[in-house]
Design a protein around this ligand. Structure first.
Ligand SMILES: [Zn+2]
Ligand SMILES: [Zn+2]
Length: 401
């Protein structure tokens, strides 16, 4: 019989908060590799026990075949300093809290197609504004410390219900070991309040009230992943002008939020590379050429320009708002020009918010985090589109929110 080896592997890259440990477990189980996987401050540590050739294949699969949004930079074999207790099967075990943290936090991911389908379906998460899974949802915006585990995120204060616990423990479920698993029974709730946080309605009708306020020409501050956005009807020039006055931004281009590419096409030209950018998990603002037959007040939204900044929803809450609204919405940072504090109260504003962000609008990136997901349009910091699209369409570029 061929001797079994014990290897300890350190995997680095975007491997925390992206479903990597369940992927490791499934791969190990399929190959008959015994051992365990855990997060630590440097990445993911795997103890793998098996025949040498099988372990080689295991490492190749980890390196070359992980599903998005996992990104494996390296799989290194490190020395095993202690005798590993004999153990059969493969397990996900508690994270090791190391003093040195070199792992970077994953960015926030826009809702994936499966979660959007659930959101508008008839299941128990229908309309649940905090739907997420192993592949999508906030990461950086809600993480207090690494390694990435629920207790070190703002979701730590929301114990899971029995049904979520069952899904969390089921290797066949797409929320297996998803740290942000939640549902209407156990997750955060929406609130619709005045700017001084006095509730205007109950959680059940918060979204409807918020949409009603927008439909009647109001401006709503939406606290979502990463900070506050000011949201209003983009089709009404007088409402957009009012927003500009309150923000003291007479000329800055304002980005529009729309639910999906089909909605965008009613107002803008969308090339294939622009569609891919819009639908990417970073949900960037993409500058698009405006259709001559569109109904948007471009002189108010983007004075002096012939392109419009458009984004698809970066969170389920924004998706529910965009889908529930009669047309495109303006969605822009809730900061005054030059200010770092959210815009304050006015008689026509309300706010729709949740409990899921660790830092306020305008706060700087935390040390050790790869991305900065502050909500706001910074037109001075373009993120270039892929080379091919720049060659074909010089005016097309995207910016991060
Ligand atoms: Zn998802
Ligand atoms: Zn639940």
């Amino acid at each position: 019989m061929t001797a079994r080896e014990h290897r300890r592997l350190l995997v680095t890259g975007r491997v925390q908060g992206v479903g990597f440990r369940p992927f490791v477990l499934r791969t190990a189980t399929a190959l008959g590799v015994d051992g365990a996987v855990r997060n630590d401050g440097a990445g993911v540590v795997i103890d793998a026990v098996g025949v040498g050739a099988v372990l080689d294949r295991f490492v190749r699969l980890l390196r070359d075949a992980p599903p998005a949004p996992i990104v494996v930079d390296a799989v290194r074999t490190v020395s095993v300093t202690e005798a590993r207790p004999p153990q059969l099967g493969f397990h996900i075990v508690a994270s090791a809290l190391t003093t040195t943290v070199t792992q970077v936090c994953a960015p926030d991911f826009a809702p994936c197609p499966e979660c959007l389908a659930e959101l508008v379906g008839t299941g128990r998460r229908a309309g649940f504004a905090h739907i997420a899974c192993s592949a999508c949802g906030p990461r950086h915006a809600i993480t207090r410390a690494l390694p990435f585990d629920r207790e070190r995120t703002t979701m730590g204060g929301f114990p899971v219900c029995a049904e979520c616990a069952r899904e969390y423990g089921d290797p066949a479920d797409r929320r297996y070991h998803a740290q942000l698993i939640a549902c209407p029974a156990c997750g955060p709730r929406l609130a619709f309040t005045t700017m001084d946080a006095t509730p205007l309605t109950g959680a059940e009708t918060a979204l409807a009230q918020c949409l009603e306020r927008i439909a009647s020409g109001g401006i709503v501050a939406v606290k979502g992943v990463g900070g506050f956005l000011l949201v209003c009807d983009a089709t009404r020039a007088e409402v957009v002008a009012d927003l500009r006055r309150r923000k003291r931004r007479p000329l800055k281009p304002l980005a529009c939020l729309m639910p999906d590419v089909a909605a965008v096409r009613a107002h803008c030209h969308v090339a294939d590379d622009e569609r891919r950018a819009l639908e990417s998990s970073a949900a960037p603002i993409v500058l698009l050429g405006v259709r001559p037959d569109g109904r948007l007040p471009l002189d108010q939204l983007a004075p002096g320009l012939d392109v419009l900044g458009v984004m698809l929803p970066a969170s389920p809450l924004l998706y529910l708002l965009a889908r529930g609204a009669a047309g495109p919405l303006v969605a822009t940072s809730a900061n005054h020009a030059g200010s770092l504090s959210p815009m304050r109260s006015s008689p026509t504003t309300g706010r729709c918010w949740s409990h899921r962000t660790t830092r306020s609008c305008g706060s700087p990136p935390r040390r050790g985090c790869a991305s900065w997901s502050v909500v706001g349009v910074d037109w001075r910091r373009p993120v270039p589109m892929p080379r091919s699209s720049r060659r074909r369409r010089r005016s097309s570029r995207s910016v991060r929110t």
